[in-house]
Design a binder for this molecule. Structure first.
Ligand code: CDP
Ligand code: MG
Length: 761
C-alpha cells in the first residue's frame, strides 16, 4: 500500500518513479497525478494506489461539451435578446445551470464589450477566482488577458481585460472612484440570493443611480445594462425592487434527493464541537456502504475542515478494499479540503474529476452550497452548522460564530446531490434539531453585521440619508446609528454627518475603520513602517501553526514563546511585527517559517498585502493636505499609542483575577484567549486593547496589547458622548446650522449639570 502522507513522501516519489519506468501496463493502475500529490500530499488515501502521469486535467473539448449540456445553453439567444431589450433584468436558475460561467461569455460573443467591459460580482473571493480561471480556459485565453479577476489585495486584470470577475466589495470601491461606472457596459450582480452586505448595498446603489433617468447617464456616454442573477429564491421581490423589471427563468431539471436525519446532534448540542467527528464517521460510512459517486461534506471553517481531513485520512488508511467496501468498483478515497483562504492552485483541483475507481470526498465550507458547483457529487454529509459573522449585542462587536444553518440553507445543501442524477443527503442532526434550532431562512448580512464601512462609503458617495436609502431589506435603525457613532468616534464624520478629511482618506483602505485610523495616525507621525505590517498580518489568515499532536504542539508553543521574548514587550501586535520583519529579513523565509511553526503561505500573502497598503498610503500622502503631526512622547511607546487611536473602542480594564471588563458601555466580562502571548500574565496587566473577540462559553479577547490609561483617557469619553437623537438626524441628512445651534445649547446645559463628558479635541 502506498500512502501519500508527508512523512512517506519520499517513498511515494520512489513508487512514482518505479511505476513510471518499470510498469508497462498502466491501465491496471489507479493514478493520482503529480499535480494532485504536490498540492494534497497528506490527504490521499486508498487501496493499492500508484502514481503516474498527469491523468486528471479535463481537456478543452470535453469542457466545450460540458458547457453545451448546461441548461442555460438552450436559452442562449433568448437570453442575449432579453439583455439587449432591457436595462434591468433578473436571471434566475438552479445552481449549476451555467449562469456564472456562461452568460458573460454569451454577452461577450454578442458584442456587448464594444462600449465597455462586462463586470460580474461574486460575494466570495474563491468563487471570483476559480470562475475566472474556468472561463479563461473555456475562452481559450490566459487568465488576466480578456478574462481577469480582482479581489481584495489581488488584481489579476490587464488593459485587455473585458470580462472581469470581482468581489462585490471591489465593485463597491470602483463605484467610489467612478460613480457612473463608465468603464462598464454591463454589470452582472451574481449570487444575489446569498444576500451579502456589499451586494445588498450595490443593489440599492444601482437602483438609485441607474433606474432614475436623470442620473442614469451621468458620467457615461451610453446606458448601463444591469443583470441581477440569483438562484430560484426571492425573484419576485427582486423584480418589484427594480420597478417590476422582467425575470428570465432558466428551466432546469433537478433530481430527487433523499434526506435522512441522524442521531448525533440534538437541541442540547448547540455548543458542542462533536460535529467534526460525526461528519467523518458518516462520510466513511457512505464510502464503505454506498455505490460509487463523490461525497460533499459541509463543515464550518478551515480548522474544522483540516481536522476532519486528517481524521478521515487516518481512518481511511485502515480500510481493506477487498472486504470492507460494498461497491467493489470503489478502490480508494481522495480527500480534498475547500475553504476561502486556500491557495488558488489548490482550489482549482477541486473541479478535476478523480482518477477512475477513486471516490472524491470534498470537505467544504458553505462556499460549495451555491457559489461553486462540483460535478459528480452524489452524496451530501451535512453538519448542520455554519460559521457566520454576527453582531453580538452581548459584546457590542461583530463576532464570527458557529450557528445552526437555516432550513432553506439545509435544502440548498441537500440539492447539491441531485444535479445530474438522484442523490442522498445524510444530516447528522436529529429531526428535533431541525424543528427547534434551525430558522426558516438565513437573515441577510445587512441585518446582522456592522455597517460602519458601508455607511462611510455611502456618505462619501454623497448619500446622506442613509436611513431612507433603497435597501432590499432594511437594516435595523440601531445598526445604522451604531455605525454612525463609530464613524464619529473615529473622526471619519463630524457632528453634522459630513465626511471629514480623515474620513475621505479612511474610505480608501479595504480594512476595518479602527485599524485604518491607527494606520493613518502612524502615517501622520511618519512611523507607518510599524503599522503597515501589522495591518497586513491582521488581514490574512491565521499565521500561527498549531499542530494537533501534543508533542508537536509543545514544540510550536516554545517557538512562538521565543519569538514573543524576542519582541521585548509582551504585546501581540508587536509580535506580529516581529514575525513579519524576522521572516522578511531571513535568507530563506520559507525555512524560517517552518522552523518557527508559522504558515509560510499566510506570510507570503501578508507581504503582498503590505505592499498594496503601502501603495495606497503613498498615493494619499502625495495629496497636499495629508495630515502631518509631531510626537513628543516616549519613542518606545509610539507604536502602542498609534494603536490606541484606532482601538480605543476595544479597551478593557482588569477587574478581578483574570477577568477584564470592556469600556465601551457594554461592560462585558472578557478573558484573554490562550493563543495570546499575554495569557497567564494577567496579574501584571491593568489596561489592554484587543483586536477581536471570540465567543464560546466565555467571551475571549484575541490579539491583545497592554496600554496605559493616559493614552486613551481623552478618547474614552467619545464612546459615550453621542446623543441618539443627534445621530438619527445625522442619519437622514446633513445637519443645518440652526439644528447645530440647538444641540450646542442643549449640550452646554447638560454639561453644566455634569451629565456629559467634555469632548477633548
Ligand atoms: O452559476 P451557476 O450556479 O448557474 O453555474 P456555474 O457556476 O456557471 O457552473 C456551470 C458548470 O461549470 C458546473 O457544471 C460547474 O461544475 C462547472 N464549473 C467548473 O467545472 N469549474 C469552475 N471553476 C466553475 C464551474
Ligand atoms: Mg453561479
Amino acid at each position: 500500500m502506498c500512502l501519500f502522507k508527508e512523512t512517506l513522501w519520499k517513498n511515494a516519489l520512489m513508487d512514482m518513479l518505479i511505476c513510471t519506468f518499470c510498469l508497462s501496463d498502466i491501465h491496471k493502475l489507479r493514478g493520482i497525478s503529480p499535480e494532485w500529490q504536490r498540492n494534497f500530499p497528506s490527504v490521499v488515501s486508498g487501496g493499492p494506489l500508484y502514481l503516474f502521469g498527469n491523468l486528471s486535467v479535463t481537456s478543452l473539448s470535453s469542457q466545450e461539451m460540458e458547457s453545451k449540456n448546461l441548461p442555460i445553453y438552450h436559452q442562449k439567444s433568448k437570453l442575449v435578446q432579453a439583455v439587449r431589450e432591457n436595462s434591468f433584468l433578473i436571471v434566475s436558475g438552479e445552481t449549476g445551470s451555467g449562469k456564472t460561467t456562461q452568460l458573460p461569455q454569451y454577452l461577450y460573443e454578442a458584442g456587448f464589450c464594444k462600449d465597455g467591459n462586462i463586470g460580474i460580482t461574486q460575494p466570495r473571493r474563491v468563487a471570483a477566482i476559480t470562475v475566472a480561471q474556468r472561463v479563461a480556459q473555456e475562452m481559450q485565453c490566459s487568465l488576466g488577458k480578456e478574462v481577469g479577476y480582482q479581489v481584495r489585495f489581488d488584481d489579476f486584470t490587464s488593459p485587455s481585460t473585458v470580462v472581469k470577475y470581482m468581489t462585490d466589495g471591489c465593485l463597491l470601491r470602483e463605484v467610489l472612484a467612478d460613480p457612473g461606472l463608465s468603464a462598464y457596459g454591463v454589470i452582472i450582480l451574481d449570487e444575489v440570493h446569498e444576500r451579502s452586505l456589499n451586494t445588498d448595498i450595490l443593489l440599492g446603489l444601482l437602483k438609485k443611480v441607474f433606474s432614475n433617468p436623470s442620473t442614469a447617464t451621468k458620467g457615461r456616454s451610453f446606458p448601463l445594462k444591469v443583470v441581477v442573477m440569483s438562484a430560484t429564491l426571492e425573484t419576485d421581490k427582486l423584480s418589484v425592487f427594480f420597478n417590476d423589471c422582467p425575470v428570465f427563468t432558466i428551466p432546469g431539471r433537478v433530481f430527487p434527493v433523499t434526506c435522512k436525519f441522524g442521531t448525533a446532534i440534538g437541541p442540547k448540542d448547540l455548543e458542542s464541537t462533536g460535529y467534526v467527528k460525526e461528519v467523518v464517521k458518516v462520510a466513511l460510512n457512505v464510502h464503505t456502504t454506498e455505490m460509487a459517486g463523490d461525497i460533499l461534506v459541509f463543515l464550518t471553517g478551515q480548522v474544522e475542515i483540516e481536522r476532519a481531513c486528517d481524521l478521515l485520512f487516518e481512518k481511511a488508511e485502515c480500510i481493506d478494499y477487498r472486504y470492507d467496501v460494498y461497491d467493489q468498483t470503489v478502490e480508494g478515497l481522495l480527500i480534498l479540503p475547500l475553504y476561502g483562504s486556500m491557495p488558488t492552485d489548490q482550489q482549482k483541483q477541486i473541479f478535476q474529476p478523480p482518477p477512475p475507481g477513486i471516490r472524491k470526498c470534498v470537505v467544504a465550507t458553505n462556499i460549495a452550497a451555491t457559489s461553486l458547483t462540483i460535478n459528480g457529487i452524489k452524496y451530501i454529509v451535512d453538519s448542520g452548522f455554519v460559521k457566520q459573522l454576527n453582531h453580538n449585542s452581548r459584546v457590542g462587536l461583530d463576532v464570527l460564530e458557529v450557528v445552526p444553518i437555516s432550513k432553506s440553507e439545509a435544502r440548498q445543501r441537500a440539492g447539491r446531490a441531485g444535479r445530474t442524477s438522484a442523490g442522498k443527503c445524510f444530516r447528522i442532526y436529529t429531526a428535533e434539531f431541525w424543528e427547534k434550532c434551525m430558522p426558516e431562512y438565513t437573515v441577510p448580512e445587512i441585518q446582522r453585521t456592522s455597517l460602519t464601512a458601508v455607511i462611510l462609503t455611502l456618505k462619501c458617495l454623497g448619500i446622506h440619508d442613509v436611513i431612507r436609502f433603497p435597501y432590499l431589506a432594511c437594516p435595523e435603525e440601531r445598526f445604522i446609528l451604531e455605525a454612525l457613532k463609530q464613524l464619529y468616534q473615529f473622526d471619519a464624520i463630524d457632528r453634522r454627518g459630513r465626511v471629514t478629511k480623515l474620513g475621505e482618506l479612511m474610505v480608501e483602505f479595504p480594512l476595518h475603520p479602527g485599524l485604518t485610523r491607527a494606520l493613518l495616525k502612524a502615517a501622520s507621525l511618519g512611523c507607518q513602517d510599524l503599522l503597515l505590517p501589522v495591518a497586513a498580518m491582521l488581514s490574512v489568515e491565521n499565521i500561527y501553526i498549531r499542530p494537533g499532536e501534543p508533542e508537536k504542539q509543545k514544540e510550536a508553543d516554545t517557538r512562538h514563546k521565543a519569538l514573543a521574548a524576542k519582541t521585548g514587550s509582551m504585546n501581540d501586535f508587536a509580535l506580529l511585527l516581529t514575525v513579519f520583519q524576522s521572516c522578511k529579513s531571513s535568507d530563506r523565509p520559507s525555512a524560517w517559517c517552518k522552523e518557527n511553526w508559522i504558515h509560510w503561505r499566510a506570510l507570503k500573502s501578508a507581504f503582498s498585502v503590505e505592499t498594496q497598503l503601502r501603495e495606497i498610503l503613498l498615493r494619499l500622502q502625495q495629496k497636499r493636505d495629508f495630515p502631518v503631526e509631531t510626537f513628543d512622547g516616549n519613542k518606545s511607546e509610539l507604536f502602542r499609542q498609534c494603536l490606541c487611536t484606532g482601538y480605543f473602542t476595544n479597551v478593557a480594564r482588569r477587574s478581578v483575577g483574570k477577568v477584564f471588563c470592556t469600556m465601551d458601555g457594554h461592560g462585558s466580562m472578557v478573558h484573554i484567549h490562550p493563543s495570546s502571548s499575554l495569557f497567564d500574565q494577567e496579574a501584571e496587566l491593568n489596561w489592554v486593547i484587543f483586536h477581536d473577540v471570540m465567543v464560546t462559553s466565555r467571551v475571549y479577547i484575541r490579539t491583545v496589547c497592554p496600554i496605559r490609561y493616559e493614552w486613551v483617557k481623552d478618547l474614552l469619553p467619545k464612546l459615550h458622548e453621542v446623543d441618539v437623537y443627534e445621530l438619527s438626524s445625522v442619519a437622514r441628512q446633513e445637519v443645518t446650522d440652526d439644528e447645530m445651534k440647538k444641540w450646542e445649547t442643549k449640550e452646554a446645559a447638560k454639561r453644566q449639570q455634569g451629565s456629559i463628558h467634555k469632548l477633548e479635541k
